[in-house]
Every structure is written in structure tokens, then in C-alpha cells.
Design a protein around this ligand. Structure first.
Ligand code: SF4
Length: 260
């Protein structure tokens, strides 16, 4: 039997529909984020060391980045990998419904988020952090061990859940190879996280935006969702916020520039 290729056409219309749906979804998520109360999410504070970025994240300043539908599709591929692993762990009894996507909320530290899972290894409970990663990242992780921000995130969960060990599991999005690392709790990281939270809340109480940690060409700024605002208000990365004293925050969370 032959397939008549004349009966097949590429549907750009459907591709556009999917892209528009991703854009709409992104917009809804952005609005939800904007309406939530001040606070820290584990995934963000683990990947940034910039006090100013932490501060804007804390006050839920609207993100200025545009998430292209292609990137949104890549993200949803990651979510699908998470779902598959989590279902497998429940089915096999290595974890259970109530230990997957566990809600974490610390009033004291202003942290709200979800941990991918808690798994049982003999009599011990371990934090599970699932990461999907592209081929280039996977090769690096195979060679150098888990990424720094993932170790910080795992420690944040160990701190909040009062556990001593975590598993960081990577799956390669290109070919499904995988690698897992165990990670012992590192109290030095927890001390650093606490000090950042305290600092950022102090800036907020003083109505000050912290100074920058990087120059705009540094790698950390490349993926920062508030690059444009940051460049507008400037700052000196060598000085602290109190020395700069150039940026005040209005009640609404919007920024205004006062005299340097
Ligand atoms: S652009 Fe760079 S310096 Fe500015 S807030 Fe973001 S990470 Fe910090």
C-alpha cells in the first residue's frame, strides 16, 4: 500500500495555535505570580546569588523576560519527565502519593514551593530532586558532578524537611541517559541561604533595592528576568546598597530613582 503524499500538508495553522496557547498559559502564570504574596521560591533562590535579583523575586516584581513558545515547549518536556519518574516511584513503592510534589511552606523564612519527592531508602527518607537537562549540560554533569544551584536547592529542601541526604537525578532530554548523585546536607549552604533571606528582607523593610552583584555582561545577568530594570537604575557592584542609596521602592513594588 502506498501513501499518497499529495494528501498531506504541513499545518502552520495548528503550530501557531499551539504557540498561542503557550503564550496564553505563560501570561496566566505571570499574572498568578504577580498576585501572590511576597516570598521566596526554592528554584529561584537556588540559582541566583545576586541580592538585587533575590529582592525583585521576593517582592514579585513582574518579569521582563519573554518566554518564547519554543522555550515553553522545552520546559514542558522537562515537566513530562518529572511526571513520568514520579509516577514510577509511586507505582514501585519507592515513594507514595503524599511524598511526591510535597508542598513546603516556611512562614518564618518566607519560602514557598514544592519538593519533587521524598524517597525511602531502607529506613531513611531522602529528598529527591529531578532535573531534565540537555546533552551539553548532561556531559558536564557526568564529568563534574551536580550543578551548583541544584546542590543548593537540594540543601534548601533538606533544611526545611530536616533531612540529611538527597538524591539529585538527571535525565538527558536528548537521549534519556541518566545519572544520579547523592548529596549530604551541607550546613554552610544553609547558613548562606539564611543570611541572604535576612538581608533581602532588611532591604525591603528599609525600602531599598540592593546593589548589583554583577556587571550586565556577566553570565548571571544573561538569564536574569529583570535585566532591563537593573540597567536602568544601575549601581556599583563594589558598594553595598546603603552606600548606593539610589533606589527606593514604592509601596506598590515599582521602583523609582532618587538622587544618587
Ligand atoms: S541583571 Fe544581573 S546584577 Fe541585575 S538583578 Fe539581574 S543578576 Fe543582579
Amino acid at each position: 500500500m502506498r501513501i499518497d503524499k499529495n494528501k498531506i500538508q504541513r499545518s502552520g495553522e495548528f503550530e501557531t495555535t499551539i504557540d498561542l496557547l503557550y503564550l496564553l498559559h505563560n501570561q496566566i502564570e505571570q499574572e498568578k505570580r504577580g498576585k501572590s504574596a511576597n516570598g521566596f521560591s526554592p528554584s529561584f533562590i537556588s540559582r541566583s546569588t545576586c541580592e538585587r535579583a533575590w529582592f525583585w523575586h521576593y517582592i514579585r516584581k513582574e518579569r521582563e523576560e519573554f518566554v518564547w513558545p519554543k522555550l515553553a515547549r522545552v520546559f514542558s518536556l522537562g515537566h513530562a519527565i518529572h511526571d513520568r519518574i514520579q509516577k514510577l516511584l509511586i507505582l514501585s513503592g519507592v515513594s507514595s502519593d503524599d511524598k511526591i510534589e510535597v508542598r513546603l511552606e516556611s512562614e518564618e523564612w518566607g519560602i514557598r514551593g514544592y519538593v519533587d519527592g521524598i524517597i525511602i531508602d531502607r529506613d531513611n527518607s531522602l529528598v529527591l530532586e529531578i532535573k531534565s537537562i540537555n546533552d551539553k549540560g548532561f556531559i558536564k554533569v557526568e564529568k563534574d558532578g551536580p550543578k551548583r544551584d541544584h546542590v543548593i536547592q537540594a540543601n534548601l529542601y533538606m533544611w526545611l524537611l530536616d533531612l540529611d541526604k538527597a538524591v539529585i537525578y538527571y535525565e538527558n532530554k536528548n537521549d534519556s541517559r541518566h545519572i544520579a548523585y547523592t548529596c549530604q546536607r551541607d550546613d554552610g549552604i544553609i547558613v548562606w541561604l539564611k543570611s541572604m533571606i535576612k538581608k533581602v528582607r532588611t532591604y525591603h523593610a528599609l525600602n531599598l533595592v540592593p546593589s548589583i552583584a554583577y556587571n550586565q555582561y556577566d553570565f548571571e545577568c544573561k538569564y536574569c528576568p529583570w535585566q532591563a530594570s537593573c540597567q536602568n537604575i544601575g549601581g556599583d557592584k563594589k558598594k553595598g546598597a546603603d552606600q548606593n542609596k539610589m533606589t527606593k521602592v514604592k509601596q506598590s513594588g515599582r521602583i523609582s530613582i532618587t538622587s544618587p
